[in-house]
Design a protein around this ligand. Structure first.
Ligand SMILES: Cc1cc2nc3c(=O)[nH]c(=O)nc-3n(C[C@H](O)[C@H](O)[C@H](O)COP(=O)(O)OP(=O)(O)OC[C@H]3O[C@@H](n4cnc5c(N)ncnc54)[C@H](O)[C@@H]3O)c2cc1C
Length: 499
Protein backbone atom coordinates (compact mmCIF):
# COMPACT_ATOMS: atom_id res chain seq x y z
CA UNK A 1 0.00 0.00 0.00
CA UNK A 2 1.61 3.30 -1.06
CA UNK A 3 2.29 5.65 1.81
CA UNK A 4 -0.06 8.66 1.61
CA UNK A 5 2.66 10.83 3.13
CA UNK A 6 5.20 10.04 0.41
CA UNK A 7 4.36 12.83 -2.05
CA UNK A 8 4.11 15.64 0.56
CA UNK A 9 7.33 14.31 2.11
CA UNK A 10 9.17 14.45 -1.22
CA UNK A 11 7.71 17.89 -1.98
CA UNK A 12 8.98 19.24 1.32
CA UNK A 13 12.45 17.79 0.67
CA UNK A 14 12.45 19.21 -2.88
CA UNK A 15 11.42 22.66 -1.70
CA UNK A 16 14.01 22.74 1.05
CA UNK A 17 17.03 23.57 -1.15
CA UNK A 18 19.46 21.68 -3.38
CA UNK A 19 21.48 19.75 -0.81
CA UNK A 20 19.40 16.60 -1.09
CA UNK A 21 19.05 14.50 -4.25
CA UNK A 22 15.85 12.55 -4.83
CA UNK A 23 15.56 9.27 -6.70
CA UNK A 24 12.12 7.99 -7.71
CA UNK A 25 10.33 5.53 -9.97
CA UNK A 26 12.27 2.91 -11.89
CA UNK A 27 15.61 4.44 -10.89
CA UNK A 28 14.74 3.90 -7.24
CA UNK A 29 13.38 0.40 -7.77
CA UNK A 30 16.52 -0.55 -9.68
CA UNK A 31 18.98 1.01 -7.24
CA UNK A 32 17.45 0.10 -3.90
CA UNK A 33 16.86 -3.61 -4.23
CA UNK A 34 18.52 -6.85 -3.29
CA UNK A 35 20.19 -8.30 -6.38
CA UNK A 36 20.62 -11.61 -4.51
CA UNK A 37 17.00 -11.85 -3.37
CA UNK A 38 15.81 -15.39 -2.77
CA UNK A 39 12.08 -14.69 -2.92
CA UNK A 40 9.77 -11.70 -2.54
CA UNK A 41 12.32 -8.95 -3.16
CA UNK A 42 11.19 -5.56 -1.95
CA UNK A 43 12.19 -2.32 -3.66
CA UNK A 44 12.10 1.23 -2.37
CA UNK A 45 9.48 3.65 -3.75
CA UNK A 46 12.03 6.49 -3.55
CA UNK A 47 15.45 7.38 -2.26
CA UNK A 48 16.75 10.58 -0.70
CA UNK A 49 20.47 11.33 -0.89
CA UNK A 50 21.74 13.89 1.62
CA UNK A 51 25.15 15.55 1.36
CA UNK A 52 25.58 16.45 5.04
CA UNK A 53 24.32 15.67 8.56
CA UNK A 54 22.10 18.79 8.43
CA UNK A 55 20.32 17.33 5.40
CA UNK A 56 19.76 14.08 7.30
CA UNK A 57 18.16 16.00 10.15
CA UNK A 58 15.87 17.72 7.69
CA UNK A 59 14.90 14.40 6.14
CA UNK A 60 14.21 12.80 9.52
CA UNK A 61 12.08 15.80 10.56
CA UNK A 62 10.02 15.58 7.33
CA UNK A 63 9.68 11.81 7.71
CA UNK A 64 8.29 12.28 11.23
CA UNK A 65 5.92 14.98 10.03
CA UNK A 66 4.45 12.93 7.17
CA UNK A 67 4.77 9.48 8.71
CA UNK A 68 7.16 8.20 6.05
CA UNK A 69 9.48 5.39 7.16
CA UNK A 70 13.16 5.67 6.26
CA UNK A 71 15.64 2.91 5.52
CA UNK A 72 19.22 4.19 6.02
CA UNK A 73 21.99 2.62 3.98
CA UNK A 74 25.60 3.71 3.66
CA UNK A 75 26.68 2.17 0.36
CA UNK A 76 23.96 -0.49 -0.03
CA UNK A 77 26.38 -3.35 -0.67
CA UNK A 78 24.93 -5.63 1.99
CA UNK A 79 24.97 -8.60 -0.38
CA UNK A 80 23.99 -11.90 1.17
CA UNK A 81 22.10 -10.10 3.95
CA UNK A 82 19.51 -8.10 2.01
CA UNK A 83 21.41 -5.74 -0.29
CA UNK A 84 20.15 -2.17 -0.55
CA UNK A 85 16.47 -3.13 -0.28
CA UNK A 86 14.30 -1.94 2.59
CA UNK A 87 12.37 -4.54 4.57
CA UNK A 88 9.07 -3.31 3.14
CA UNK A 89 8.04 -1.27 0.14
CA UNK A 90 6.74 1.71 2.12
CA UNK A 91 10.22 2.71 3.32
CA UNK A 92 12.10 5.45 1.51
CA UNK A 93 15.80 4.73 1.23
CA UNK A 94 17.95 7.19 3.12
CA UNK A 95 20.98 6.76 0.89
CA UNK A 96 24.05 8.15 2.68
CA UNK A 97 26.57 7.29 -0.04
CA UNK A 98 27.11 10.93 -1.04
CA UNK A 99 28.43 11.60 2.46
CA UNK A 100 31.77 10.05 1.65
CA UNK A 101 34.41 12.21 3.26
CA UNK A 102 37.34 10.79 5.16
CA UNK A 103 37.26 13.35 7.95
CA UNK A 104 40.48 12.43 9.67
CA UNK A 105 43.19 9.81 9.60
CA UNK A 106 45.53 9.98 12.56
CA UNK A 107 48.56 7.84 11.75
CA UNK A 108 50.29 8.43 15.07
CA UNK A 109 47.42 7.16 17.21
CA UNK A 110 46.03 4.88 14.48
CA UNK A 111 42.42 5.90 14.10
CA UNK A 112 40.18 7.50 11.52
CA UNK A 113 36.90 9.32 11.37
CA UNK A 114 34.64 8.62 8.41
CA UNK A 115 31.29 9.46 6.92
CA UNK A 116 28.93 6.63 5.87
CA UNK A 117 29.89 6.55 2.18
CA UNK A 118 33.61 5.86 2.74
CA UNK A 119 34.41 2.39 1.42
CA UNK A 120 37.26 0.07 2.35
CA UNK A 121 38.64 0.80 -1.12
CA UNK A 122 38.59 4.57 -0.43
CA UNK A 123 40.45 4.15 2.86
CA UNK A 124 43.00 1.78 1.36
CA UNK A 125 43.67 4.25 -1.43
CA UNK A 126 44.01 7.10 1.08
CA UNK A 127 46.46 5.18 3.27
CA UNK A 128 48.56 4.10 0.30
CA UNK A 129 48.62 7.43 -1.47
CA UNK A 130 49.70 9.17 1.76
CA UNK A 131 52.14 6.37 2.60
CA UNK A 132 50.69 6.03 6.12
CA UNK A 133 51.92 3.31 8.52
CA UNK A 134 48.44 1.82 8.94
CA UNK A 135 46.97 -1.53 7.91
CA UNK A 136 43.34 -2.22 7.11
CA UNK A 137 41.21 -5.21 7.86
CA UNK A 138 38.80 -5.77 4.97
CA UNK A 139 35.78 -8.02 4.45
CA UNK A 140 35.63 -10.43 1.51
CA UNK A 141 34.04 -7.72 -0.62
CA UNK A 142 35.80 -4.35 -0.60
CA UNK A 143 33.13 -2.07 -2.08
CA UNK A 144 31.13 -1.83 1.15
CA UNK A 145 31.17 0.98 3.68
CA UNK A 146 33.61 0.91 6.59
CA UNK A 147 30.94 2.41 8.80
CA UNK A 148 28.05 0.15 7.77
CA UNK A 149 30.16 -2.96 7.96
CA UNK A 150 31.14 -2.08 11.53
CA UNK A 151 27.50 -1.21 12.35
CA UNK A 152 26.40 -4.64 11.12
CA UNK A 153 29.24 -6.27 13.13
CA UNK A 154 30.96 -7.30 9.91
CA UNK A 155 34.19 -9.25 9.88
CA UNK A 156 37.52 -9.09 8.11
CA UNK A 157 40.37 -11.50 8.31
CA UNK A 158 43.19 -9.56 9.88
CA UNK A 159 44.11 -8.50 13.41
CA UNK A 160 41.43 -5.78 13.56
CA UNK A 161 38.91 -8.06 11.81
CA UNK A 162 36.17 -7.75 14.43
CA UNK A 163 35.16 -4.42 12.94
CA UNK A 164 32.55 -3.35 15.47
CA UNK A 165 35.19 -3.66 18.21
CA UNK A 166 37.16 -0.90 16.48
CA UNK A 167 34.33 1.64 16.78
CA UNK A 168 35.25 4.57 19.00
CA UNK A 169 32.65 7.33 19.10
CA UNK A 170 29.83 8.21 16.72
CA UNK A 171 27.62 11.04 15.65
CA UNK A 172 24.03 9.84 15.43
CA UNK A 173 20.69 11.37 14.49
CA UNK A 174 18.01 9.66 16.53
CA UNK A 175 14.60 8.72 15.17
CA UNK A 176 13.14 11.80 16.83
CA UNK A 177 15.66 14.01 15.01
CA UNK A 178 18.06 14.81 17.87
CA UNK A 179 21.76 14.84 16.97
CA UNK A 180 23.96 13.11 19.56
CA UNK A 181 27.69 12.48 19.83
CA UNK A 182 28.57 9.42 21.85
CA UNK A 183 31.43 8.88 24.27
CA UNK A 184 33.98 11.66 24.53
CA UNK A 185 32.35 13.41 21.57
CA UNK A 186 29.90 14.68 24.16
CA UNK A 187 32.57 17.10 25.39
CA UNK A 188 32.59 19.85 22.75
CA UNK A 189 35.72 19.87 20.58
CA UNK A 190 37.26 17.00 22.54
CA UNK A 191 40.32 15.46 20.91
CA UNK A 192 39.49 12.27 22.85
CA UNK A 193 36.40 11.35 20.81
CA UNK A 194 38.11 8.65 18.77
CA UNK A 195 40.76 7.76 21.35
CA UNK A 196 38.68 6.77 24.38
CA UNK A 197 35.77 4.38 23.88
CA UNK A 198 33.74 5.10 27.01
CA UNK A 199 32.96 8.34 28.75
CA UNK A 200 31.19 8.29 32.10
CA UNK A 201 28.13 6.08 32.23
CA UNK A 202 26.98 3.49 29.70
CA UNK A 203 28.72 3.22 26.36
CA UNK A 204 26.04 4.02 23.82
CA UNK A 205 27.89 3.08 20.60
CA UNK A 206 26.61 -0.48 20.93
CA UNK A 207 22.97 0.74 20.90
CA UNK A 208 23.31 1.68 17.25
CA UNK A 209 24.74 -1.64 16.04
CA UNK A 210 22.31 -3.76 14.02
CA UNK A 211 19.62 -1.46 15.34
CA UNK A 212 16.92 0.93 14.18
CA UNK A 213 17.46 3.63 16.80
CA UNK A 214 19.44 6.18 14.81
CA UNK A 215 21.18 7.23 11.62
CA UNK A 216 24.93 7.30 12.09
CA UNK A 217 26.55 10.21 10.27
CA UNK A 218 30.15 10.02 11.58
CA UNK A 219 32.17 7.25 13.15
CA UNK A 220 35.60 6.87 14.70
CA UNK A 221 37.34 3.58 13.90
CA UNK A 222 40.66 2.28 15.18
CA UNK A 223 43.13 1.10 12.57
CA UNK A 224 46.02 -1.30 12.95
CA UNK A 225 49.46 0.32 13.31
CA UNK A 226 51.77 -1.20 10.69
CA UNK A 227 53.92 -3.84 12.41
CA UNK A 228 57.66 -4.26 11.95
CA UNK A 229 57.15 -7.78 10.60
CA UNK A 230 54.40 -10.20 9.72
CA UNK A 231 54.00 -13.77 8.56
CA UNK A 232 51.17 -15.94 7.30
CA UNK A 233 50.54 -19.66 7.40
CA UNK A 234 48.47 -21.04 4.55
CA UNK A 235 47.27 -24.39 5.81
CA UNK A 236 45.58 -27.19 3.88
CA UNK A 237 43.80 -30.13 5.52
CA UNK A 238 43.18 -33.13 3.30
CA UNK A 239 40.25 -34.66 5.15
CA UNK A 240 36.88 -33.12 5.85
CA UNK A 241 36.64 -34.62 9.33
CA UNK A 242 40.07 -33.33 10.36
CA UNK A 243 38.40 -29.95 10.99
CA UNK A 244 38.01 -30.67 14.72
CA UNK A 245 41.74 -31.29 15.24
CA UNK A 246 42.67 -28.05 13.50
CA UNK A 247 40.20 -26.06 15.58
CA UNK A 248 41.67 -27.47 18.80
CA UNK A 249 45.25 -26.70 17.71
CA UNK A 250 44.39 -23.15 16.70
CA UNK A 251 42.45 -22.66 19.90
CA UNK A 252 45.45 -23.65 22.02
CA UNK A 253 47.75 -21.37 20.01
CA UNK A 254 45.31 -18.54 20.51
CA UNK A 255 44.95 -19.20 24.24
CA UNK A 256 48.75 -19.15 24.56
CA UNK A 257 48.84 -15.71 22.95
CA UNK A 258 50.83 -16.95 19.94
CA UNK A 259 48.09 -16.12 17.46
CA UNK A 260 46.57 -12.70 17.93
CA UNK A 261 44.08 -12.49 15.09
CA UNK A 262 41.06 -14.66 14.33
CA UNK A 263 42.22 -17.55 12.12
CA UNK A 264 39.89 -18.29 9.23
CA UNK A 265 39.11 -21.84 8.08
CA UNK A 266 37.24 -22.26 4.80
CA UNK A 267 35.88 -25.25 2.90
CA UNK A 268 37.31 -26.07 -0.55
CA UNK A 269 34.30 -24.63 -2.30
CA UNK A 270 35.29 -21.10 -1.26
CA UNK A 271 38.24 -21.57 -3.64
CA UNK A 272 36.58 -23.72 -6.30
CA UNK A 273 33.57 -21.44 -6.71
CA UNK A 274 35.84 -18.52 -7.59
CA UNK A 275 37.70 -20.43 -10.26
CA UNK A 276 35.17 -22.79 -11.80
CA UNK A 277 31.51 -23.57 -12.30
CA UNK A 278 29.55 -26.40 -10.75
CA UNK A 279 28.85 -27.77 -14.20
CA UNK A 280 32.61 -28.31 -14.65
CA UNK A 281 32.45 -31.02 -11.99
CA UNK A 282 29.01 -32.57 -11.79
CA UNK A 283 25.85 -33.11 -13.79
CA UNK A 284 22.96 -30.81 -12.86
CA UNK A 285 21.27 -32.18 -9.75
CA UNK A 286 24.03 -34.70 -9.04
CA UNK A 287 25.65 -34.31 -5.60
CA UNK A 288 29.26 -33.23 -5.10
CA UNK A 289 30.37 -36.55 -3.64
CA UNK A 290 33.55 -36.93 -1.62
CA UNK A 291 35.20 -38.33 -4.76
CA UNK A 292 34.31 -35.20 -6.69
CA UNK A 293 35.51 -33.09 -3.76
CA UNK A 294 38.86 -34.91 -3.82
CA UNK A 295 39.18 -34.30 -7.56
CA UNK A 296 38.39 -30.60 -7.13
CA UNK A 297 40.94 -30.26 -4.31
CA UNK A 298 43.61 -32.03 -6.37
CA UNK A 299 43.02 -29.85 -9.41
CA UNK A 300 42.79 -26.64 -7.40
CA UNK A 301 45.81 -27.54 -5.30
CA UNK A 302 43.93 -26.96 -2.07
CA UNK A 303 42.70 -28.92 0.93
CA UNK A 304 39.14 -29.89 1.88
CA UNK A 305 39.67 -27.22 4.52
CA UNK A 306 42.03 -24.30 4.01
CA UNK A 307 43.09 -21.99 6.80
CA UNK A 308 45.03 -18.80 7.02
CA UNK A 309 46.54 -17.38 10.16
CA UNK A 310 48.78 -14.37 10.49
CA UNK A 311 51.41 -13.29 12.97
CA UNK A 312 52.48 -9.72 13.63
CA UNK A 313 55.13 -7.98 15.73
CA UNK A 314 58.88 -7.48 15.96
CA UNK A 315 60.83 -9.78 13.61
CA UNK A 316 62.22 -12.00 16.41
CA UNK A 317 58.78 -12.31 18.02
CA UNK A 318 57.28 -13.37 14.71
CA UNK A 319 60.05 -15.95 14.15
CA UNK A 320 59.51 -17.43 17.64
CA UNK A 321 55.77 -17.65 17.01
CA UNK A 322 56.36 -19.32 13.64
CA UNK A 323 58.27 -22.07 15.45
CA UNK A 324 55.40 -22.64 17.90
CA UNK A 325 52.82 -22.80 15.11
CA UNK A 326 54.97 -25.23 13.09
CA UNK A 327 55.32 -27.52 16.11
CA UNK A 328 51.59 -27.48 16.76
CA UNK A 329 50.57 -28.13 13.15
CA UNK A 330 53.01 -31.03 12.95
CA UNK A 331 50.65 -32.89 15.30
CA UNK A 332 47.90 -32.93 12.66
CA UNK A 333 47.67 -35.71 10.11
CA UNK A 334 47.01 -34.76 6.50
CA UNK A 335 47.99 -31.17 7.18
CA UNK A 336 50.36 -29.25 4.95
CA UNK A 337 51.27 -25.60 5.07
CA UNK A 338 53.38 -22.86 3.57
CA UNK A 339 54.74 -19.81 5.35
CA UNK A 340 55.23 -16.35 3.92
CA UNK A 341 57.17 -13.62 5.68
CA UNK A 342 57.27 -9.85 5.42
CA UNK A 343 59.48 -7.25 7.08
CA UNK A 344 59.41 -3.48 6.98
CA UNK A 345 61.26 -2.48 3.81
CA UNK A 346 59.94 -5.45 1.80
CA UNK A 347 57.47 -4.85 -1.03
CA UNK A 348 54.04 -3.92 0.36
CA UNK A 349 52.47 -6.40 -2.05
CA UNK A 350 53.90 -9.12 0.22
CA UNK A 351 52.62 -7.61 3.47
CA UNK A 352 49.88 -9.49 5.30
CA UNK A 353 47.48 -6.59 5.39
CA UNK A 354 43.93 -6.44 4.13
CA UNK A 355 43.65 -5.38 0.50
CA UNK A 356 40.10 -4.61 -0.67
CA UNK A 357 38.94 -6.65 -3.61
CA UNK A 358 35.75 -7.41 -5.51
CA UNK A 359 36.97 -10.77 -6.76
CA UNK A 360 34.87 -12.66 -4.18
CA UNK A 361 31.72 -11.57 -5.96
CA UNK A 362 32.57 -14.04 -8.73
CA UNK A 363 31.63 -17.06 -6.61
CA UNK A 364 27.97 -16.70 -7.51
CA UNK A 365 28.79 -17.89 -11.05
CA UNK A 366 29.24 -21.36 -9.51
CA UNK A 367 25.50 -21.84 -10.09
CA UNK A 368 25.43 -20.24 -13.53
CA UNK A 369 24.56 -16.83 -14.93
CA UNK A 370 21.73 -16.20 -12.45
CA UNK A 371 23.69 -17.35 -9.41
CA UNK A 372 23.45 -15.55 -6.07
CA UNK A 373 24.17 -16.22 -2.42
CA UNK A 374 22.44 -15.79 0.91
CA UNK A 375 24.26 -16.04 4.21
CA UNK A 376 23.48 -18.14 7.26
CA UNK A 377 25.88 -17.04 10.02
CA UNK A 378 25.77 -18.67 13.43
CA UNK A 379 28.02 -18.52 16.52
CA UNK A 380 29.17 -21.68 18.32
CA UNK A 381 31.76 -22.40 21.02
CA UNK A 382 35.43 -22.71 20.01
CA UNK A 383 35.48 -26.49 20.07
CA UNK A 384 36.65 -29.05 17.56
CA UNK A 385 33.77 -31.41 18.33
CA UNK A 386 31.22 -28.62 18.02
CA UNK A 387 32.73 -27.44 14.71
CA UNK A 388 32.44 -30.95 13.25
CA UNK A 389 28.87 -31.30 14.53
CA UNK A 390 27.97 -27.94 13.00
CA UNK A 391 29.56 -28.93 9.70
CA UNK A 392 27.80 -32.30 9.55
CA UNK A 393 24.37 -30.89 10.41
CA UNK A 394 24.51 -28.03 7.93
CA UNK A 395 26.20 -29.96 5.13
CA UNK A 396 23.55 -32.67 5.42
CA UNK A 397 20.70 -30.14 5.44
CA UNK A 398 22.09 -28.45 2.32
CA UNK A 399 22.78 -31.66 0.45
CA UNK A 400 19.16 -32.76 0.90
CA UNK A 401 18.26 -29.82 -1.33
CA UNK A 402 21.12 -30.49 -3.74
CA UNK A 403 23.06 -27.49 -2.41
CA UNK A 404 26.81 -27.36 -1.87
CA UNK A 405 28.65 -26.61 1.34
CA UNK A 406 30.42 -23.20 1.17
CA UNK A 407 31.48 -22.48 4.70
CA UNK A 408 33.95 -20.39 6.70
CA UNK A 409 34.79 -20.53 10.41
CA UNK A 410 36.36 -17.52 12.16
CA UNK A 411 37.99 -18.45 15.46
CA UNK A 412 37.37 -15.67 17.93
CA UNK A 413 38.36 -15.49 21.62
CA UNK A 414 35.51 -17.52 23.07
CA UNK A 415 33.27 -18.31 20.16
CA UNK A 416 33.53 -19.29 16.53
CA UNK A 417 31.60 -17.63 13.83
CA UNK A 418 30.41 -19.95 11.07
CA UNK A 419 29.39 -18.10 7.90
CA UNK A 420 27.75 -20.27 5.25
CA UNK A 421 27.23 -18.58 1.92
CA UNK A 422 24.43 -20.61 0.39
CA UNK A 423 25.03 -20.46 -3.38
CA UNK A 424 21.85 -20.83 -5.42
CA UNK A 425 20.36 -20.22 -8.84
CA UNK A 426 17.86 -17.35 -8.74
CA UNK A 427 16.02 -18.78 -11.76
CA UNK A 428 15.23 -22.02 -9.93
CA UNK A 429 12.02 -21.02 -8.15
CA UNK A 430 11.51 -24.39 -6.51
CA UNK A 431 15.02 -24.36 -5.06
CA UNK A 432 14.65 -20.75 -3.86
CA UNK A 433 11.46 -21.70 -2.02
CA UNK A 434 13.24 -24.67 -0.45
CA UNK A 435 16.16 -22.50 0.73
CA UNK A 436 13.63 -20.02 2.08
CA UNK A 437 12.24 -22.81 4.25
CA UNK A 438 15.67 -24.20 5.13
CA UNK A 439 17.08 -21.07 6.78
CA UNK A 440 14.33 -20.82 9.44
CA UNK A 441 14.81 -24.53 10.11
CA UNK A 442 18.56 -24.00 10.60
CA UNK A 443 17.86 -21.04 12.89
CA UNK A 444 15.50 -23.14 15.01
CA UNK A 445 17.96 -26.04 15.10
CA UNK A 446 20.74 -23.71 16.27
CA UNK A 447 18.51 -22.15 18.93
CA UNK A 448 17.59 -25.59 20.24
CA UNK A 449 21.32 -26.05 20.90
CA UNK A 450 21.55 -22.60 22.53
CA UNK A 451 23.20 -20.92 19.54
CA UNK A 452 22.16 -17.71 17.83
CA UNK A 453 23.04 -15.75 14.72
CA UNK A 454 25.77 -13.16 14.46
CA UNK A 455 23.92 -11.38 11.67
CA UNK A 456 20.92 -12.26 9.62
CA UNK A 457 19.51 -11.60 6.16
CA UNK A 458 16.68 -9.16 6.73
CA UNK A 459 14.07 -11.69 5.72
CA UNK A 460 14.91 -13.93 8.70
CA UNK A 461 15.67 -11.30 11.34
CA UNK A 462 12.30 -11.71 13.00
CA UNK A 463 12.58 -15.49 13.18
CA UNK A 464 16.10 -15.22 14.60
CA UNK A 465 15.13 -12.58 17.15
CA UNK A 466 12.09 -14.57 18.23
CA UNK A 467 14.34 -17.31 19.56
CA UNK A 468 15.44 -14.90 22.30
CA UNK A 469 12.57 -15.62 24.66
CA UNK A 470 14.14 -15.61 28.15
CA UNK A 471 12.03 -13.96 30.88
CA UNK A 472 8.85 -13.81 28.82
CA UNK A 473 10.62 -11.98 25.98
CA UNK A 474 12.24 -9.52 28.39
CA UNK A 475 14.95 -8.53 25.91
CA UNK A 476 12.42 -7.85 23.15
CA UNK A 477 10.39 -5.72 25.53
CA UNK A 478 13.49 -3.75 26.58
CA UNK A 479 14.26 -3.26 22.91
CA UNK A 480 10.71 -2.01 22.30
CA UNK A 481 10.92 0.42 25.21
CA UNK A 482 14.14 1.90 23.85
CA UNK A 483 12.66 2.11 20.36
CA UNK A 484 9.63 4.02 21.60
CA UNK A 485 11.87 6.43 23.53
CA UNK A 486 14.32 7.15 20.70
CA UNK A 487 12.07 6.84 17.66
CA UNK A 488 8.53 7.38 18.93
CA UNK A 489 6.94 7.50 15.46
CA UNK A 490 8.83 4.36 14.38
CA UNK A 491 10.30 6.18 11.41
CA UNK A 492 13.62 4.34 11.18
CA UNK A 493 14.14 0.94 9.54
CA UNK A 494 10.75 -0.68 10.22
CA UNK A 495 11.12 -4.45 10.17
CA UNK A 496 14.79 -4.41 11.06
CA UNK A 497 14.28 -5.13 14.75
CA UNK A 498 12.21 -8.20 14.09
CA UNK A 499 9.92 -7.39 17.03
C1 LIG B 1 31.59 -11.97 -2.12
C2 LIG B 1 31.16 -11.32 -0.85
C3 LIG B 1 31.96 -11.45 0.27
C4 LIG B 1 31.57 -10.85 1.46
N1 LIG B 1 32.39 -10.99 2.53
C5 LIG B 1 32.08 -10.38 3.69
C6 LIG B 1 32.96 -10.49 4.80
O1 LIG B 1 34.02 -11.11 4.73
N2 LIG B 1 32.60 -9.86 5.95
C7 LIG B 1 31.46 -9.13 6.04
O2 LIG B 1 31.21 -8.55 7.10
N3 LIG B 1 30.61 -9.03 5.00
C8 LIG B 1 30.89 -9.62 3.83
N4 LIG B 1 30.02 -9.49 2.76
C9 LIG B 1 28.71 -8.83 2.96
C10 LIG B 1 28.66 -7.32 2.60
O3 LIG B 1 29.05 -7.09 1.28
C11 LIG B 1 29.49 -6.44 3.53
O4 LIG B 1 29.20 -6.68 4.87
C12 LIG B 1 29.27 -4.93 3.25
O5 LIG B 1 30.21 -4.17 3.97
C13 LIG B 1 27.86 -4.46 3.63
O6 LIG B 1 27.49 -3.46 2.73
P1 LIG B 1 27.58 -1.91 3.10
O7 LIG B 1 28.83 -1.75 3.90
O8 LIG B 1 27.47 -1.13 1.85
O9 LIG B 1 26.35 -1.74 4.06
P2 LIG B 1 24.92 -1.07 3.73
O10 LIG B 1 24.20 -1.92 2.75
O11 LIG B 1 25.06 0.35 3.41
O12 LIG B 1 24.25 -1.18 5.17
C14 LIG B 1 23.87 -2.38 5.75
C15 LIG B 1 22.79 -2.11 6.79
O13 LIG B 1 23.36 -1.40 7.88
C16 LIG B 1 22.47 -0.39 8.35
N5 LIG B 1 23.12 0.91 8.14
C17 LIG B 1 24.02 1.20 7.19
N6 LIG B 1 24.47 2.43 7.34
C18 LIG B 1 23.84 2.96 8.38
C19 LIG B 1 23.92 4.22 9.03
N7 LIG B 1 24.77 5.16 8.63
N8 LIG B 1 23.13 4.44 10.11
C20 LIG B 1 22.29 3.48 10.54
N9 LIG B 1 22.20 2.25 9.98
C21 LIG B 1 22.97 2.00 8.91
C22 LIG B 1 21.21 -0.54 7.56
O14 LIG B 1 20.29 -1.38 8.26
C23 LIG B 1 21.66 -1.23 6.30
O15 LIG B 1 20.63 -2.00 5.70
C24 LIG B 1 30.37 -10.08 1.54
C25 LIG B 1 29.58 -9.94 0.39
C26 LIG B 1 29.98 -10.54 -0.80
C27 LIG B 1 29.14 -10.36 -2.00
Amino acid sequence: VPNAGLEPFLTQIREGGDGIEIVTGEASAERYRDPFALVGASRAPAGVRPAAAGDVQRIVAAANRFGVPLWPISRGENLGYGGAAPFDETSVTLDLSRMNRILEVNAEDAFCSVEPGVSFEDMFEHIDSHDLPLWLSVPGYGAGSMMANALERGVGNALYGDHSSQICGMEVILGDGELVRTGMGSIPESGMWHRQKASLGPRFDELFLQSSFGVVTKMGLWLMPAPAASAAFDIALEERDALGGLVEVLKSLKRAGIIQDAPVISSFLTIAALRSKRSDWAEPGAPLTEDVAARICAEMGCGWWNARLRLYGMPDMVETSIGHVEDALALLQGCSFSISRWRQGDAMALAHRGVPSRVGLGNVRWCGASGAHIDYSVCIPVSGAEAVRQMLRTQEALSQLGLDYHSTFYLRERHMLNVMQILFDQDDGELCAAVDALIPALIADAAARGFGLYRSPLRYREIAMRQMTFGNDALARLHGRLKRALDPNEILSPGKDGF
